[in-house]
Design a protein around this ligand. Structure first.
Ligand code: GLU
Length: 326
């Protein structure tokens, strides 16, 4: 009798518990973050954000994944198409997608619903050349075999901007290959190309691999055309890759660059964006520790710099609560 009573009590409690849980269990929401190649920093940005977001799945219902993609342009297009929820994109790509002012984003490819969430690390436009190719300046790339970036990547888009500024075309290279970041360091080492380009945060494993598998040097990207680009476009800035960061380059390398930014669509609900932003900034020290390229990040700069599309209201809400914006 007692036994049955105990069982009944336990059963009732369990039912109650399940009932309570069922009522308060948040609705499951799956979100995807577009990143870049697995050897780049975007992949770590996406994976790190998801790791923090997924710690709160029990209360928010949000389940986050961050697959490898072609990079900035591919991410923005996937968000526009509704195939991804959020993504990482270079500040120049964020600008062009929102304003529709470059061929990739002209006409119906313009993404006026693009919304900024925050900016992340600086990304210098980085050129690495084999030492035996004798490439000391960007102009020395003429007639060489250059990996100009995979389709969908930010580096391919920015390379095109640099070529236009200099009055060059892809035809000025002996070869303009479009290998992915994960393939290009090996191609440099195997003497399939003389130089590679990557718009990427530093330090990173990809450039480390490129400069350690073969004798190589970083190539400065400077001169009047670059000065003009930086002067005329708010999303570009002068950048320096510190000397000694990679084997073969002891002096600082002058170049220009963008910022990595985190973007979404106006169609994504405010509470989802709010929870993602909250997960990152409530755990900011942990986030910063997940990649050396994040070392100098501050919340204030991430909110204020590099964003040209309007801030998403879900992000804005959190920043107002923190007093980072008015
Ligand atoms: N900036 C590159 C792009 O837009 C990606 C760099 C990275 O993956 O860290 O495609």
């Amino acid at each position: 009798m007692n036994l049955i009573k105990t069982f009944t009590a336990a059963f009732t409690l369990a039912t109650l518990a399940t009932g309570v849980q069922a009522q308060s269990a948040p609705e499951e929401k799956f979100i995807t973050i577009g990143t870049g190649g697995q050897t780049g920093v975007y992949y770590v940005v996406g994976q790190s954000i998801c790791r923090l977001v997924n710690r709160d799945t029990a209360t928010t219902g949000i389940k986050c994944t961050a697959p490898s993609t072609g990079g900035s342009v591919a991410n923005v297009n996937a968000i526009k198409a509704g195939d991804m929820t959020m993504g990482v994109a270079q500040s120049d790509i964020q600008y062009h997608a929102y304003n529709g002012d470059t061929p990739e984003f002209e006409g119906d490819k313009k993404f006026d619903k693009e919304r900024a969430i925050f900016s992340v690390h600086p990304e210098p436009f980085t050129v690495v050349a084999r030492k035996d190719a004798n490439i000391a300046t960007f102009d020395d790339l003429k007639g060489k075999r250059v990996n100009v970036g995979n389709p969908g990547s930010g580096q391919l888009a920015t390379m095109q901007v640099v070529l236009d500024a200099k009055g060059w075309t892809m035809g000025d290279f002996a070869l303009a290959s479009e290998l992915k970041p994960a393939e290009q360091s090996a191609a440099l080492g195997d003497n399939k190309v003389d130089a590679i380009v990557y718009t990427v945060g530093h330090p990173n494993g990809s450039i480390q691999e490129a400069t350690s598998t073969v004798e190589a040097n970083l190539v400065p990207v400077e001169g009047p055309e670059i000065d003009k680009l930086v002067e005329e476009n708010p999303y570009y800035a002068k950048a320096v890759i510190p000397g000694g960061m990679y084997a073969g380059t002891d002096a600082d390398t002058n170049t220009f660059g963008v910022k990595a930014t985190f973007v979404t669509s106006a169609d994504v609900p405010d509470d989802v964006v709010y929870e993602v932003v909250k997960a990152v900034f409530d755990n900011f020290d942990r986030f910063k520790g997940l990649h050396p390229a994040f070392a100098n990040l501050t919340p204030e700069a991430m909110v204020a710099e590099g964003n040209s599309a309007p801030l998403h209201p879900g992000a804005e809400k959190y920043y107002k609560e923190q007093g980072w914006i008015q």
